[in-house]
Write a protein that binds this ligand. Structure first.
Ligand SMILES: Cc1ncc(COP(=O)(O)O)c(C=O)c1O
Length: 394
């Protein structure tokens, strides 16, 4: 029976108020959780998320604009679902004899890692990493119902083969995540350790090389091990050295069957036509996009040395950032720097802070601000006895 247009509308319970998150039937493990993210603040000096501080050149900007205009012409159509042309470009960039079928790409290596855990983790499964490490990993684990387990890093934040293998044998994880260089410590893992973990692991091993381009010359990539280990994957990103964080492009190299597993779990058309097009432009200009890497390595080494000269403890870094401390109240130090227009990151073990390598002007601003802050009572440092780390060595 259809109701007459003149009949009164059926009574509906009036909404009393906009519900709060706690009032919604959210998954129990998400209750009380907040979205991840470093503060995005409008300050003169942003040294908090390990970006490359140099924007693309006018030539690259113009080519990106043309590529977007070109993609716009067919925006009524879905993008190429397997992003094969982009994956071929990424494979060519990586070298090591890789082809498109051995490379996967997604919206940042964050999404790549979600695909890995969706495919190889999940309920009843576990992922092992070595703490302190990247703070997003436990969130990927939570979101995929994968149990998150950690083993501690050594005092210098390194991972030695024997203790890594012992952790693998103890937890029998389905996924091992080795971050090299590690965030937030900057520590690289040697290939013997990666190989030992691959030999011991019952599941897959992912080496997250988000910062590898900043490693000291001659530091080998785990890409070298791919031919020997079919359950090994190496994850990379264009967000850091490649100066393309806004483009959102992460990728992974592995055996084609490993990549096929990720294709099963990805959302259809996950990489937009615009993302694919602009990432290909950036890759076509790889040497130019990477041109600042040497300068940023020097900025890192200079700031590490300077921090050591201030009597601070500094973790040895192969990335584009430096972890330093230790402060009795690191938040107060972070806040005092922010008040001076310098945003760094309050992250990592208690008492430590992390600063990214920026332009020469940004590093000068950071040093000036920290010099002022270090003489304030709030910058009181933990005694050497309380802080076992070495001073800066380079
Ligand atoms: C170790 C590590 N892996 C992965 C990522 C994610 O990078 P993106 O999603 O921008 O590719 C980051 C970002 O800071 C990181 O530090």
């Amino acid at each position: 029976m259809t109701s007459s247009p003149l009949a009164p509308a059926p009574a509906r319970a009036a909404a009393t108020a906009t519900p709060t998150l706690a009032e919604l039937p959210i998954r129990p493990e998400l209750v009380g959780e907040v979205p991840y993210g470093a503060p995005q603040l409008d300050v003169p000096v942003c040294l908090n998320v390990n970006e490359n501080p140099y924007p693309p050149s006018p030539t690259v900007v113009a080519e990106i604009a043309l590529a977007v205009a070109d993609a716009a012409q067919t925006m009524n159509r879905y993008p190429e679902r397997d992003a094969l042309a982009l994956r071929a470009d990424l494979a060519a960039y990586l070298g090591h004899g890789l082809g498109a079928e051995a490379v996967w790409a997604a919206n940042g290596s964050n999404e790549v890692m979600m695909h890995v855990l969706q495919a190889f983790g999940g309920p009843g499964r576990s992922v092992l990493s070595f703490a302190p490490t990247y703070s997003m990993y436990p969130e990927y684990a939570r979101n995929t119902h994968t149990r998150w387990v950690t083993a501690p890093r050594a005092e210098d934040f390194g991972i030695d083969a024997a203790s890594a293998v012992a952790a693998v044998q103890r937890f029998r994880p389905d996924v091992v995540l080795l971050t090299s260089p590690n965030n937030p410590t900057g520590t690289a893992v040697d290939l013997d350790t990666v190989a030992a973990v691959c030999d011991a692991a019952p599941g897959v091993v992912v080496v997250d090389e988000a910062y590898v381009e900043f490693a000291r010359a001659g530091t080998p990539s785990a890409l070298e091990l791919l031919p020997h280990y079919p359950r090994l994957a190496v994850s990379r990103t264009m967000s850091k050295a490649f100066a393309f964080a806004g483009g959102r492009l992460g990728y992974l190299a592995a055996a084609p069957a490993f990549v096929d597993a990720l294709r099963v779990v990805r959302l259809p058309y996950h990489l937009s036509a615009v993302t694919q097009a602009v990432a290909r432009v950036a890759l076509a200009h790889a040497p130019e996009m990477l041109a600042a890497v040497a300068e940023l390595r020097t900025a890192r080494d200079d700031v590490a040395r300077w921090l050591g000269e201030q009597g601070l403890q500094v973790a040895d870094s192969d990335a584009n950032f430096v972890l330093f401390g230790r402060f009795a109240d690191r938040h107060a130090v972070w806040q005092a720097l922010l008040e001076r227009g310098v945003l760094i990151r309050e992250v990592g073990p208690t008492g430590w802070l992390r600063v990214s390598a920026g332009t020469a002007a940004e590093m000068t601003a950071f040093r000036t601000a920290l010099s002022e802050v270090l003489v304030l009572p709030l910058a009181q440092r933990l005694s050497a006895a309380a802080g076992p780390r070495r001073g800066a060595t380079r």
